[in-house]
Write a protein that binds this ligand. Structure first.
Ligand SMILES: [Mn+2]
Length: 342
C-alpha cells in the first residue's frame, strides 16, 4: 500500500530536522527528482549520485567523512548495505520502491513493504510528504512510467507541458513537453559525474521548468545544452536502432559507445513497437550489457532467467523491464535461447 499520512509526516520531519543532509540518489529521473524535492524543501545539503550500480556500500563512506552530515538520506537506491549503515555513524533515512530489504538501525520507507505489487516512484512519495515543486514530482513520476494522482493538477498549472486527457505514462513520456523534461533529467546525468553535478546544482535552485525547456535563463540554457549534446548522440543511435532488423517478434540492437542509453532506448523502442520483445545492448570490455523490454504477453523476466541458465552471465529486474549482461562471444546463442523461450 501507499505510505500512510503518518509516514509522510515522518519523512517531512526528518528533512526539516536536518541542517546538513547528505543525500544519495539513483542516476535517473526518479532518483534526481527525489533528491531535488528533499534538497529544495530546506535548501540545504549535498547530493551524491550513485552509479553505475544502485548499491550504497562501504565505498560510499568517504563521502560521509568528507561532508560530515547530521543525517543521511538515500533515495531510489535498491540496496543499502548494513555495513554502510553501521559504519556511517549518523541517522540514515532510506526511501525506496524496489524489492523491500531488511536492515537494522535505519528509518525505512517503501510502499512495497506492505504491498509488493505497489510501485509508487520515490519522487511521488517525497512529493506527498513535502507538497512542493509539483513540476519536479511530475518529471520523476513520468520518468518512472507512473501516472500520479496529481497529473490533473499539473495539467491545470502547466497546460503547455501536459494534457490531462493523457492517461498512459508512456504517451506522456514520448509525446509531451513534460516527457522532454524527463529526458533532460535523465540525459544530463550521463557522462562525467562532475559535469553532471554542475547541472544538478543548477536544478537545485531553478525557479521553473521553462528556465530549462525554453532556455529562458543562462543557467537554464546551460542545462539544456548538456541535455542537447546527449540527445544528439541518442537520436543518432535511435535512427539506427529503428532500422535494425526486426525478425519476427524480436527487435535487437547492439552498439559500441561510451555512453549508456540502453534503458532510455529500449523504453522508446517498446513504445514504438509494443508487440515486440525489445533488446538494446552496449558492447563493453568483451561483454554486452543490455536492457530488455516487453509488454502484454511478453513478460521478459521469467524467459530471461531461463535463457541465462547455464550461461556465463547475469540479469534481473521487473516483469517487463530487465537488465542483463553476457559475454560478447555468447551473445548470439543467448539471443537464440531467448527466442526459443518466447
Ligand atoms: Mn530509479
Amino acid at each position: 500500500m501507499a505510505l500512510n499520512a503518518k509516514q509522510y509526516d515522518q519523512i517531512r520531519e526528518e528533512i526539516e530536522k536536518s541542517d546538513r543532509p547528505l543525500i544519495f540518489f539513483h542516476d535517473d529521473a526518479d532518483g534526481l527528482s527525489s533528491f531535488l524535492l528533499l534538497y529544495r524543501h530546506i535548501m540545504k545539503g549535498k547530493g551524491i549520485m550513485v552509479k553505475p550500480l544502485p548499491i550504497v556500500d562501504e565505498k560510499y563512506l568517504h563521502y560521509v567523512e568528507e561532508y560530515s552530515p547530521d543525517r543521511i538520506f538515500v533515495v531510489d537506491i535498491a540496496v543499502v548495505e548494513q555495513e554502510f549503515i553501521d559504519r556511517a555513524g549518523k541517522p540514515v533515512v532510506w526511501i525506496d520502491h524496489h524489492t523491500p530489504l531488511k536492515r537494522k538501525n535505519v528509518l525505512y520507507f517503501n510502499p512495497r513493504s506492505s504491498e509488493l505489487s505497489d510501485s509508487e516512484p520515490v519522487s511521488y512519495v517525497c512529493y506527498k510528504a513535502l507538497k512542493r515543486d509539483l513540476w519536479i514530482a511530475m518529471t520523476g513520476a513520468i520518468g518512472d512510467w507512473y501516472m500520479p494522482d496529481f497529473a490533473g493538477e499539473f495539467a491545470e498549472k502547466y497546460p503547455d507541458l501536459f494534457d490531462a486527457k493523457i492517461k498512459k505514462p508512456e504517451e506522456a513520456l514520448f509525446t509531451t513537453k513534460i516527457g522532454e523534461l524527463v529526458k533532460v533529467f535523465s540525459f544530463i546525468l550521463k557522462g562525467a559525474s562532475e559535469e553532471a553535478m554542475k547541472c544538478v546544482r543548477i536544478l537545485q535552485k531553478v525557479e521553473s521548468p521553462y528556465e530549462i525547456i525554453s532556455s529562458e535563463t543562462p543557467r537554464g540554457k546551460f542545462v539544456y545544452k548538456r541535455y542537447d549534446y546527449f540527445r544528439k548522440l541518442y537520436d543518432a543511435l535511435m535512427e539506427k536502432a529503428k532500422k535494425a532488423a526486426a525478425k519476427g517478434n524480436f527487435l535487437v540492437y547492439i552498439y559500441r559507445d561510451k555512453d549508456s542509453f540502453t534503458g532510455d532506448m529500449s523504453n522508446e523502442l517498446l513504445f514504438l513497437h509494443p508487440d515486440k520483445v525489445v533488446i538494446v545492448g552496449r558492447e563493453k570490455q568483451g561483454e554486452v550489457r543490455m536492457s530488455l523490454r516487453g509488454a502484454g504477453k511478453n513478460k521478459v523476466l521469467p524467459k530471461l532467467k531461463k535463457a541465462l541458465e547455464g550461461m556465463d552471465g547475469y540479469g534481473g529486474g521487473h516483469e517487463y523491464a530487465c537488465g542483463a549482461t553476457v559475454k560478447k562471444k555468447d551473445f548470439d546463442s543467448f539471443i537464440d535461447k531467448l527466442r526459443e523461450e518466447f
